[in-house]
Design a protein around this ligand. Structure first.
Ligand code: CP
Length: 325
């Protein structure tokens, strides 16, 4: 693995999931692998889970992790090619990225979309410029359109749950459902979950949302799309709850329909489904307290598994670097 910015960077999702679960059983199995190596974690947006789980993962591999909150502590970066820099930006990514590449063996970056210009956001300009100019492997800690470490974690969590409670004679039914929110959110987690579940190929995958919230077909192709949430949830084994803003009416909130909030009542038609959410979650807006606090909720385990996902990805990159020496 050279870079990790999407499911397309992974040869075998199942192998990566297995490796992550092996690290969960034996966190320090490769405690020497990252000795003498350093990862830079660059944040242009806030984080709790991604930041800390990646630091723990690096530590388990013997790596040093240095966090840099670029948005608060760095120079304002410019990403446009050929621009006349007579505005507010101070340093071009063409200059900053190669410098960062001198300091770190791996760079990991979090950036959110503007939700104002679909073409700019979906071009993933920032991630691609880091890949072009840094000269070291780039790991996405969530980008304008995708959140691959989260999605890998989500599949690890589904796999782990299936190992403990196997489903006989069929693939698990996994439903991604839109939920209400108070403000427009990126499509990243939903896009990414769809991309990874489709690439994994081990689930009967359904996406449900109100009309107007269709995600990019680049990611959902192969999934069943249903506008009737109750029908979609029927016999579901896993329900992933997430809000996203409209992709087609880019960045807009089209519906505040509270009926889409997940409750014990709406979960009645599922197959006693396990409940998933990437966190942070707006309680009693996206889904109810009773579900989050209930025995079928996987959300805390899911967040815990972020460590093993990050560890498996970093280990793959470190192995690749060793082979190149
Ligand atoms: N799920 C997730 O990415 O959490 P953070 O935003 O806290 O990192």
């Amino acid at each position: 693995m050279n870079h990790f910015v999407s499911a397309n960077d992974v040869n075998s999702i199942q192998l990566l999931v297995n490796q992550a679960l092996a690290y969960k059983s034996n966190p320090f199995a490769d405690a020497q692998l990252g000795k003498g190596k350093r990862i830079g974690l660059l944040f242009l947006n806030p984080s709790l889970r991604t930041r800390l789980s990646t630091q723990v993962a690096a530590s388990n591999l013997g790596m040093e992790a240095i966090v840099f909150n670029v948005d608060k502590e760095g120079w304002a970066l410019e990403f446009e090619e050929g621009v006349i820099m007579n505005g507010n930006t101070v340093e071009h990514i063409k200059d900053a990225a190669p410098v960062l590449g001198q300091y770190f063996d791996i760079l990991a970056i979090r950036t959110f979309p503007s939700l104002k210009n679909k073409d700019v956001d979906y071009s993933e300009q920032l991630m691609h410029q880091f890949i072009k100019y840094a000269g070291v492997p780039i790991v996405s800690l969530e980008s304008a359109t995708l959140h691959p470490l989260q999605s890998l974690t989500d599949i690890i969590t589904i796999q782990e749950s299936l190992l403990a409670n196997p489903i006989q004679h069929k693939k698990p039914k996994v439903v991604l459902t839109w939920a209400p929110h108070i403000k427009p959110l990126p499509q990243c987690v939903a896009n990414s979950f769809a991309q990874w579940v489709n690439a994994w190929g081990e689930a009967d995958f359904v996406v449900t949302h109100p009309k107007g919230y269709e995600l990019s077909e680049t990611y959902t192709k192969g999934a069943t799309i249903q506008y009737d949430q109750a029908a979609a949830l029927e016999n579901a084994d896993f329900v992933y709850v997430k809000n996203w803003s409209s992709f087609h009416a880019y960045g807009q909130m089209l519906s505040h329909d509270e009926a889409w909030m997940l409750t014990q009542q709406t979960m009645m038609q599922t197959n006693q489904a396990k409940l998933m959410h990437c966190l942070p979650v707006r309680r009693n807006v996206e889904l109810s307290d009773e579900l989050l606090d209930g025995s079928n909720s996987l959300v805390t385990r899911q967040a815990g598994n972020r460590v093993w996902a990050a560890q498996a990805v970093l280990a793959n990159i470190l192995h690749q670097q060793k082979q190149l020496i």
